[in-house]
Design a protein around this ligand. Structure first.
Ligand code: PMP
Length: 407
């Protein structure tokens, strides 16, 4: 229906699109469809009793504070907890480097708001996280895709991309969304050095780094960047902005993420966030802080790692059994996703309709490529469904693939 508003959208609004994934996932929301589509954690592992107790305690002990407006930077004890917690992963920063956001998705949006002019180029992995493309396209970003392989973003590819003079580089080093691939240590060092040499900063998006099932934790780019700088400086003032989130460690519904950045960037983000929502929910921050403190977060993350590792193994074993021989997939050492490459003549978007008829769903890979390609790829989530459903779903998908290949 025509309304007076139709002619009044801003230019930026014309660049907004709904997430292809969210649209596709609507198709799959029937209970009998086994969906490997969304990036959802295992719901049965949500720490509901801990949230219940913590909510009661917070409201009993500090109800007025919890229900009041709070500082834009975030609830200080939660920022301090993040500083302590991440220090154990080698990331040594000060509370002045940390701002709480309403999920990392808001951090991506605020970074777009403060850094991106219409026509700015951003170097991104191909494929990369769709939510970042969606957030930044609204600000008029153009993308320079950098090829990736089994060890993450390629250094030669990045060198080429830097010639286009991108405003920044966007990298997902651990168990990447969508591929599940982890950036190799040597490449991390080279990428940090290369970016430094070219004077191009990096945005490092790391929601999954703590969900490692096997192998050694790899230092974050922000850590490698900080290592080369004056020791003993209380606040980090380097070239990398680091994002992470409680969505995969506690629960996505609380919408709590955080940014680590130089204090000067935090000050700009604070101004941008004031225009967006003043601050992240005080109640949620106080409750999450109470749930996370005192060792519970570590214990909980250990449980997540155990369960997700088993589900990855169940999924890859079922794929081995049921998928046609010329289908390939990644074997992620952590996180929530793996990435499937079909023989080139198959189109994963077309196949999705047949898959949904067979009551199984996934996300086609093409939308994750900012400049086209990837039509024969797809992403599978292994964290959300229980092992029996994973086996059944992969068997169904195997049938769809075999039929398609036989035609
Ligand atoms: N970045 C990446 C790479 C993600 O995969 C996600 C969510 N799946 C986000 C950011 C946003 O997460 P949230 O807003 O829930 O913290």
């Amino acid at each position: 229906m025509q309304t007076l508003w139709d002619e009044r959208y801003a230019q930026r609004t014309q660049r907004m699109t709904s997430s292809v994934i969210r649209e596709l996932l609507k198709l799959t929301e029937k209970p009998d469809v086994i969906s490997f589509g969304g990036g959802m954690p295992a719901p049965e592992l949500f720490p509901v009793p801990q949230f219940l107790d913590a909510s009661r305690e917070v409201l009993e002990e500090s109800g007025a504070q919890a229900l009041q407006y709070g500082p834009t930077e975030g609830y200080r004890p939660l920022r301090e907890l993040i500083v302590r917690h991440t220090a154990r992963y080698g990331l040594n920063v000060s509370t002045d480097n940390v701002m709480i956001t309403s999920g990392s998705q808001q951090a991506l949006d605020l970074l777009g708001k403060i850094f991106i002019n219409v026509g700015d180029h951003i170097a991104v992995e191909a494929p990369t996280y769709l939510g970042a493309l969606q957030a930044w396209s609204a600000y008029g970003a153009e993308y320079v895709p950098v090829p990736t392989d089994g060890e993450g973003i390629t250094v030669g590819g990045l060198e080429d991309a830097l010639r286009a003079g991108p405003k920044f580089i966007y990298v997902l080093p651990n168990f990447q969304n969508p591929t599940g691939v982890t950036l190799a240590l040597e490449r991390r060092r080279r990428i940090v050095a290369l970016a430094d040499r070219h004077g191009v900063p990096i945005i490092e998006d790391d929601p999954y780094g703590q969900l490692r099932f096997e192998g050694e934790h790899q230092p974050a780019l922000v850590t490698l960047d900080g290592d080369g700088r004056a020791a003993g400086q209380p606040a980090y003032r380097g070239n990398v902005i680091y994002l992470s989130t409680f969505s995969k460690l506690l629960a996505p519904g609380i919408r709590l993420g955080w940014v680590v950045a130089p204090p000067e960037v935090i000050a700009k983000l604070v101004q941008a966030k004031q225009g967006a929502d003043l601050h992240t929910s005080t109640l949620n921050q106080m409750v999450a802080h109470r749930v996370a403190r005192g060792g519970f977060l570590d214990e909980h993350v250990r449980r997540l790692r155990r369960v997700y590792r088993e589900r990855r193994d169940v999924m890859t074993a079922a794929m081995q059994e049921h998928f046609p021989a010329d289908v390939r997939w990644t074997h992620p050492a952590g996180g929530l996703f793996l990435w499937v490459t079909l023989p080139g003549r198959l189109d994963a978007t077309e196949l999705l309709h047949r898959a949904v008829e067979q009551k199984v769903a996934y996300v086609p890979g093409a939308p994750f490529f900012p400049c086209g390609g990837g039509s024969h790829t797809l992403r599978l989530n292994f964290s959300n469904a229980q092992p029996e459903r994973i086996r059944e779903g992969i068997e169904r998908l195997g049938r769809v693939l075999r039929l398609a290949l036989a035609e």
